[in-house]
Design a binder for this molecule. Structure first.
Ligand code: ASP
Length: 348
């Protein structure tokens, strides 16, 4: 079937109707309305990014470029060894190596920068920013990204904290009961219970300043235990992050493969351009993900996706919102009137 702009709009409208029917409005009505009604400077972030949003808002309000402001914000999260989804302390890939992904976008110039599968450098968002500022390229990956970072003066560090290393060893040992690794239950002496968390975290931050100029960044260590070289949505411009200075900004966290395959953040910005409120735009794209998820291992018994995706949206005029596929999604907001983590509206 040929897809025209008209059919896309019809699809969006249909998606919105169904999304509304599924959404848990009673829980989230207030925060949705507050975000839709807000006007003026604002910073929003993923639920782990309240400090990032706060700093980004303060910097952007003080005249710092909005992109520099959001990168300064997420640097706080990347530097936090307790956040096992980003930067230092991020959970490693299946080989025990931490590989980081990040992307940034600057509203006034519509330029982007990104790095993927970057090893040994703690602040991938800052490296992505330098790709934007100091090169003619948009994305550097792997060894090339690391060489670029070192040439720009970044220090090489061991990103694997003891906590993340122990979690990786526990995961590795549990893969196959017949291999030569004793899992924590089989060990004669253990160092205490070791959890094997599955990381679904990332930090996104978008800000709009008093002039209506936008900046956006997404930074992550990606899915834990991923196949080395796997790149998720976070460093893909249009997937894990996108902005259009005439419209607004969006970001994503959760299962990157699902986000990439619907051009997630780009689609959220386009839905806002077509007139949807930020939360509605997020819901429409989540609906598209749900409708296009076919692989049985990604569906629960009732046919719903069994994974999480959360979108964050900030319009040029300061309206903002967030929605998640499943309950439990959160987002952070910092404006002149509010500074808090809120529940995202859930599609299911
Ligand atoms: N979106 C990230 C990725 O797929 C992971 C996450 O947000 O949890 O790499």
């Amino acid at each position: 079937m040929k897809t025209t702009r008209r059919s896309l709009l019809a699809l969006s409208a249909a998606a919105l109707t169904v999304a509304r029917a599924h959404a848990r409005w009673p829980d989230a009505q207030d925060s949705r309305d507050a975000g839709a009604a807000h006007r003026g400077p604002a910073a929003i972030a993923s639920g782990n990014g309240l400090a990032a949003a706060k700093l980004a808002f303060a910097r952007a309000s003080g005249g710092t470029d909005p992109l520099d402001a959001v990168v300064a914000g997420v640097t706080l999260v990347e530097d936090d060894p307790k956040d096992t989804s980003v930067g230092l302390g991020g959970l490693p890939n299946e080989a025990g190596v931490v590989q980081l992904d990040a992307s940034v976008m600057h509203g006034p110039t519509h330029r982007a920068g990104a790095v993927a599968a970057l090893e040994g450098i703690q602040n991938p968002a800052q490296v992505a920013l330098l790709v934007l500022k100091r090169t003619r390229h948009v994305m550097l990956v792997g060894d090339g990204a690391k060489r670029f970072a070192l040439a720009q003066g970044f220090r090489e560090v061991n990103l694997l904290t003891d906590e993340s290393r122990r979690a990786w060893m526990a995961w590795k040992a549990k893969q196959n009961p017949l291999d030569n690794w004793l899992d924590p239950e089989q060990q004669l002496e253990t160092q205490g219970a070791i959890e094997v968390p599955y990381s679904t975290g990332t930090v996104h931050c978008s800000a709009v300043d008093t002039k209506g100029d936008l900046g956006a960044v997404t930074s992550t260590s990606g899915l834990s235990w991923k196949i080395p070289g796997r790149v998720g949505d976070s460093p893909i411009v249009g997937a894990g992050m996108y902005l259009d200075n005439a419209v607004g900004s969006a970001g994503a966290t959760g299962l990157g493969e699902a986000v990439i395959q619907v051009c997630g953040s780009f689609s959220v910005v386009r839905a806002m351009e077509d007139g949807m409120e930020p939360t509605e735009a997020c819901l429409a794209v989540l609906k598209r993900i749900a409708e296009r998820t076919r692989r049985p291992y990604l569906l629960d018994a009732s046919g719903k996706p069994n994974f999480q995706v959360v979108f964050y949206a900030l319009r040029k005029d300061g309206a903002y919102g967030s929605a998640s596929l499943l309950p439990g999604g959160t987002y952070a907001v910092h404006t002149a009137a509010a500074s808090e983590v809120r529940a995202s509206v859930s599609l299911f």
